[in-house]
Structures are given as C-alpha cells and as structure tokens.
Design a protein around this ligand. Sequence first.
Ligand SMILES: [Zn+2]
Ligand SMILES: [Zn+2]
Length: 227
Amino acid sequence: MNDLTFIGVGGAFAVELGGNCAYLKDGNTLLLVDCCEDATIKLKNNNAFDGVENLIIAITHTHADHVAGLGTLIWQCNSIFNIRPKIVSNSNSFELHLRQLMKLLGVEEKLFEFVGAEAVQVDGCKIEMQPTTHTPILEAFGIMFSDSKGKYYYTGDTNDFQYVKELALDEDVKRIYCEVSRNAGNVHLVYDRLKEIKSNKLVLMHFENIDLYNLAKTDGFNVAVIS
Ligand SMILES: [Zn+2]
Ligand SMILES: [Zn+2]
C-alpha cells in the first residue's frame, strides 16, 4: 500500500493544522479517509480529483472535524465531476446517522450511496471498518487496510491503546497511522503511552496543537505531513 496523502493533521481544536483527513489514489479511484471541513478545496488544490470516476469515502466517526465537509464534497462531486460518491459502512446504525446528518444539511440521498467495506479495493488493498471505542455517544471505527504485503491500520479517533500496542507487535502490520493527544480526556491515545511502544511503524496524526506536532518530531516519531 502506498502512503496515505494527508490534507490535514489536526484534531478538533487544532484548526491551524486542518481537520485530520487523508486520501489514497489508484487510477480513476479516489479513497478519502474522513472528510474535514475544507476537504473539497484542499483536494482540488492537490489535483486529487484528476481522472477520478469513482470516489469512495470512509468516515471513521461523526465528530465535526472528521465529517464537516461531507455535504459540500457530495455536492461538488455530483454537480462538477459527475461522480456519485460511495460511503463505506457495515453498520446500519452508523449509516442511519450519516443519512440523518446529510438530510439535515439538505443533501439528497440520491446524490450518494453506501457500500460495504468488502466491496472496496483500492491500490491493491482491501479495507475493513473495525469498531473501536472513542466517546460513549458516537460509533467509531478504525480502518484496517490489507494487501499481499501486509496490513496497515488507521486508528481514527480511539482510546484503545492496547489494540495499537498489539498491532505494533504484529509482524503482519507494517504501518499504523495513529492519532495522539496529551490531554486525552479518556477519548484519545495518550502521547506519553505511545512513547512506550517504540515502534517506527507508528505515523502520528490528529495532533491537538502545533506544540505537540513539533514535540513528536523532536522526539523522533514519524509524523503525518500535510501535502
Ligand atoms: Zn477528531
Ligand atoms: Zn473524535
């Protein structure tokens, strides 16, 4: 699997780093992981839509920093690119919440569709939406990518440190895009605990502020870089 391209690496309050959002392009298919508020203009500026006929969107959860740009992106795709985006879901309740959110935003259901993760293949990878724990009030998912060479995990927002630790020890897992916070409030992965893992598989993302971003670099972590 090629590296994900990040258009933002910030958590909910780190607006200067942009909402955490990444994509993977494979010919005429574009897979977007989460959809931050200004995803559409950032993707356009990166020419990410060039040649795209198939847009797949994997939403990890419905916190605003991960989904606020979804309505605008769906409109843009339909009206400008003649693409009807596919949103990945294997959860009826999560699908319902996204339908309701789009309805409140005035985005008609005919402009998008849902697909199960098993129907998705991008850059030689299959994906799996794995339920994780984050806040008590929202369903949240991590994304496991897998290809012939191994597995690659994207944590989404999570407080499941143990699972990340296990993945870091798993030989099949080659890369872990890992959210991080210092003031985790029981809903995020804690920076000081991630330091215990000591694995260069970790690529830190979703920083709560620039200070943490800079600290992670100083401490020798791999960090996601905004393109
Ligand atoms: Zn977040
Ligand atoms: Zn969140």
